[in-house]
Design a protein around this ligand. Structure first.
Ligand code: AMP
Length: 186
């Protein structure tokens, strides 16, 4: 099953994608994780991506689409995958559709985790303390939320229009939310 997991930064996408991966036995593909790994390894792509990431802006579509195209070309995705943090704008959503149409493997479902903003700011402050992510500072978090509202929120409409979107309440304990996501896949 090919799943797109949507929701604002701090909505629990990463945590839930990791659980869904175990349950469904398909890879979890996070463009944020792929980009952070590239930054850490100091690859040319990582060097190009770093400034945008540190500012909470989106990395260019060209870089991210190249990364995704390469990842979806690997054999372990034969039974599906969970996309986390991608697509992040309408250009990426359309490019993904084109790529998947070429492969004859369209997206099966888009799941949107809904969480209120107050909860997000609290969660991200907690994550900053626990993981020390350089883009979890308050000013950058605020920018990431604004980028989300302007550029990523329309992606939910894109999948909604195609009848693929299911909204899932992202508030509650981790296991409960995971069960809601699994139920939404039926
Ligand atoms: P995330 O871990 O998904 O919150 O992503 C962390 C950062 O990586 C984002 O704030 C962006 O700078 C960058 N990023 C991740 N995924 C994408 C994407 N699909 N398009 C553009 N930038 C992205």
């Amino acid at each position: 099953m090919r799943i797109v997991l949507l929701g604002p930064p701090g909505s629990g996408k990463g945590t839930q994608a990791a659980l869904l991966k175990e349950r469904l036995q398909v890879p979890h593909i996070s463009t944020g994780d792929l980009l952070r790994a590239a930054v850490k390894a100091g690859t040319p792509l990582g060097l190009k991506a770093k400034a945008a990431m540190d500012a909470g802006e989106l990395v260019s579509d060209e870089l991210v689409l190249g990364l995704i195209e390469e990842r979806l070309g690997q054999p372990d995705i034969a039974d599906g995958y969970i996309l986390d943090g991608f697509p992040r704008n309408l250009v990426q959503a359309e490019a993904l559709d084109e790529l998947l149409a070429r492969l004859g493997q369209p997206v099966d479902k888009a799941l949107e985790l809904t969480v209120d903003e107050e909860q997000i700011v609290q969660r991200l402050a907690k994550r900053a303390a626990e993981e020390g992510r350089s883009d979890d500072t308050e000013a950058v978090v605020r920018n990431r939320l604004s980028v989300y509202h302007q550029q990523t929120a329309p992606v939910t409409g894109y999948y909604g229009e195609r009848g693929l979107l299911v909204e899932v309440n992202g508030i509650g304990d981790i296991e409960t939310i995971n069960q809601r996501l699994v139920d939404a896949l039926d």
